[in-house]
Design a protein around this ligand. Structure first.
Ligand code: 9UX
Length: 72
């Protein structure tokens, strides 16, 4: 099965930021896809059920230079 999480992303101001955040999230082990919406300042991340810890997503976004808060 597939799970997804939505994270509120802080610090994005341009289209390149979107690409940076998407690449950072897609590099996390277990992530199948990540899609960022700049207008909404959100990232939607898809992964196999149980394959990813949300803390790893937050960490990857932070290393890319942005903040993130997982939505429940
Ligand atoms: Mo360009 Mo977006 O430096 O931070 S990638 S504004």
């Amino acid at each position: 099965d597939t799970d997804s999480r939505v994270l509120d992303i802080g610090g994005m101001t341009c289209a390149s930021c979107v690409t940076r955040v998407e690449k950072a999230l897609r590099r996390v082990d277990g992530v199948d896809d990540a899609s960022v919406n700049l207008a909404n300042e959100t990232a939607t991340v898809r992964f196999g059920s149980g394959a990813v810890r949300v803390e790893d997503l937050v960490g990857a976004v932070a290393r890319a230079g942005y903040t993130s808060t997982p939505r429940p």
